[in-house]
Design a binder for this molecule. Sequence first.
Ligand code: TYM
Length: 335
Amino acid sequence: QTRVLTGITTTGTPHLGNYVGAIRPAIAASRRPEVDAFFFMADYHALIKSDDPARIERSRLEIAATWLAAGLDPAKVTFYRQSDIPEIPELTWFLTCVTAKGLLNRAHAYKAAVDKNAEIGEDPDAGVTAGLYMYPVLMAADILAFNAQQVPVGRDQIQHIEMARDIAQRFNHIYGREFFALPEVVIEEQVATLPGLDGRKMSKSYDNTVPLFAGGAKHLREAILRIVTDSRLPGEPKDPDSASLFTLFRAFATEAESSAFRRALEEGIGWGEAKQVLFERIEADVAPMREHYEKLIAHPAAIEEILQEGARKARAVAGPKIAELRDAIGLRAMS
Ligand code: TYM
């Protein structure tokens, strides 16, 4: 059995990048018979980015409904909320105490914040919380509490998984045993980084996302119409490889569909028409899931029940792990 684990931070509405980078590959993996899947809502991570309780709660509901609408089977997958698993913050502390501060200094998110401050002549750590700094350790605990072997994510998370490996190795070395498997990152090369409306990585922090379900087909179409293109006119050949529109199309299409679309662009299809083709391609995949999503989100109590059951299953794995670790590192062993 291979344990596959991934999570999504509950700070916004799920977008196409979350879907093709994490949700879709994770659900495909969960259907393989040899896979034991753990998928969760990272609401402890959300506290690093948001102090708006209503937003975190709403996002959690939307993300849970999205996983289920995308085909997650809660009977087969352990599906839970990070904050229902007290073993995770406990393990975070154990890992914190073996993690080199220098490792965390190199984390992209922290470095980006510090570099930005330096650029504008501010104190480097202005506005940087210890939570942001500790982000990679919390994420390592998410993974290591369950001894996950594979972590399907988008390219932006690779560094975090590498840090989780480093931290696991360090812990194993210090305490002299293979307590943790070393997690491997699983990236779908085609869609490793899905571009957003402006061509940069699709990201909540850039405000350039195309929501997966929110706002319905109308909103999806409007968002797609706002994708930035060059100024080539209908009839002029377009370069598919520099068009984010084509990258988005490829993330949803078969090889044959992609070749046909590539040809159409090279032969000069207008951007307006190309956007319509892209909209129809994505909508064909999204529409049936959206219908399911609308039904799910209308029944938060049913989702809550699924998450509670998931928490029970998750704690049955993380609990004994933490007990083993407590014993090994010299704390009072708990059963
Ligand atoms: P988050 O919430 O930012 O994103 C969730 C998942 O979506 C992927 N993703 C993308 N993939 C391709 N193209 C994009 N434009 C794009 N935008 C987002 C992300 O790579 C991610 O896989 N720290 C994590 C959540 C987390 C986690 C974990 C993940 C917490 N603990 C343990 C794996 C294992 C995060 O904030 O992802």
